[in-house]
Design a protein around this ligand. Sequence first.
Ligand code: 3PY
Ligand code: MG
Length: 255
Amino acid sequence: MKANRLLELFATGKGAVAGWMSIDSAYAAELVGCAGFDAVVVDCQHGMAGHAQMLAMLQALTHTPAVPLVRVSGNQLAEINRALDAGAYGVICPLVNSAAEARAFGRACRYPLAGAEGDRSFGPARGLLVGGPDYAEHANAQVLALAMIETRAALDALDAIAAEPTIDGLFIGPSDLGIALGLGPAAAFTHPDLAAAIARIQAAAAAHGKVCGIWCGSAEMARAMLQQGLQLVVPGHDALWLKAEIARRLEAIRR
Ligand code: 3PY
Ligand code: MG
């Protein structure tokens, strides 16, 4: 099976930078995938893509160097299986609030093969195309399962979630986490309460040998989080980049 390059980056201690697709366009995914990111996430929670667009976007990403990931809309076996069958090399699951939910998520990403715990049903249509004929043999080890920590309940169950053996890591949602901490969705990552929560989540992941990623609102935050040792950072999404560049150009013209 074609290897998941993110796992190689994590193993060598190098942080990875991912693009994030809010716009439901295969062409946009292709552009972002060719821009130099280590991975690209198709966001099916807050982004616009439904299943058909997600599939087209994963197809577009196939010929780019970026590892294709999907953030699913929720913790459902069927949706997680469809994303993986469509060729995603990893799934980010929002709002994982307990060890049981982490387990259900992790199991949804794994085949019950060779003694492994798993609920994934077999039928990796595009997995076989992009991964190779030995996909079934290696998918459990190559597919990344990242559980989002972004609520008060998740903070309370943090250690048990991080300990769940079927997941590979934690992924921090700072906007929802800011709300959970009473700071609102736009809290600065430098706010002491948010910074402490991020450090706590990072430490819990590390204590269980798991990776830790984070969504970032800006390049500055992504840089700071990489320097802090987080392994996967996302400097905003396509719609934000487009809006910012339009504003910058109009300002330059009308100034
Ligand atoms: C959050 O910040 O809550 C996220 O889910 C990022 O997309
Ligand atoms: Mg969120």
